[in-house]
Design a protein around this ligand. Structure first.
Ligand code: PAF
Length: 276
């Protein structure tokens, strides 16, 4: 695997490649990322990963400084799944001057995650567009764990006519159901046991919907209460339409339940698609 911290070196390496598949990450890689890398392989013959902890998508009070950085172990993992090239710039390389031009997402970026993390999707969209311009992939893979992020990236690609096909990767889960996330490493052993409640709660809510309940507000409130009763601080539990993350009506069939909640000092997100 070629490790390329410089834009110029990456461009030179990819110059004659015709089918580049790109998987952007912030590092601290787990089995979920590696599944995306393997999935990428099916869509091209040159798999490029990136590792860059993007300051632009963290609010000042968030965990930018403490976000786990495990570069050597990440490189070993990427090699083990046959990634061809890793773009690993430092901040000076990607942001040699303050990033004054930014990508402002549409209203979709202000819902759900955007409501609780103002500016988050501006930071994500800006770095993703910049990485796309640097790597110039034909295809890029994003995990469904960050459901709204995937949707915003797709929307950006469509509206800005980027010649890139976006592929969605399923959420990888631990055996007990917890969605794999770099932030799971913040959990104490007791919190790690409790953390499975988030996915279980989404599952229960999904079953209620499939069995015909259309009082989504009541289901959301009930799920929030279950979390609160077990020492969680939920930001939201929301039943939305898969197509646009807007509020569903009783006869919408392709739904997704999304949740974000704090367990101690750790903020976890998860989601579950529900087809009625
Ligand atoms: O999902 C992530 O890890 C990040 O938001 C991304 C897409 C790499 C942009 O920094």
């Amino acid at each position: 695997m070629d490790i390329l911290p410089q834009i110029a070196a990456l461009r030179a390496r990819l110059k004659s490649e015709t089918a580049v598949v790109f998987v952007p990450t912030m590092g601290n890689l787990h089995a979920g990322h590696l599944a995306l890398m393997r999935q990428a392989r099916a869509h091209g013959n040159c798999v490029v990963a990136s590792i860059f902890v993007n300051r632009l998508q963290f609010a000042p009070h968030e965990d930018f400084n403490t976000y786990p950085r495990t570069f050597e172990a990440d490189c070993d993992k990427l090699r083990s799944v046959g990634v061809d090239a890793l773009f690993a710039p430092d901040e000076k390389e990607l942001y040699p001057e303050p990033q004054a031009f930014t990508v402002e997402p549409p209203a979709l970026g202000n819902l759900l995650e955007g409501e609780f993390r103002p500016g988050f999707f501006r930071g994500v969209a800006t770095v993703v567009l910049k990485l796309f311009n640097i790597v110039q992939p034909q295809t890029a893979v994003f995990g469904k764990k960050d459901y709204q992020q995937l949707m915003i990236v797709r929307h950006m690609v469509r509206q800005l006519a980027l010649p890139i096909t976006i592929i969605a990767g399923d959420t990888a889960r631990a055996e007990d159901g917890l969605a794999l996330s770099s932030r799971n490493g913040y959990l104490s052993p007791a919190e790690r046991d409790e953390a499975t409640r988030l996915y279980r709660t989404l599952g229960e809510l999904g079953r209620e919907i499939r069995s015909g309940c259309t009082d989504f507000a009541a289901l959301e409130a009930d799920a929030m209460k279950k979390l609160v009763n077990n020492q969680w601080k939920p930001d939201y539990v929301a039943v939305r339409k898969q197509a646009d993350l807007q509020l569903p009506s009783a006869n919408d069939h392709s739904l997704v339940v999304l949740a974000a909640a704090w367990l101690g000092k750790t903020r976890l997100i998860d989601n579950l698609e529900v087809a009625k």
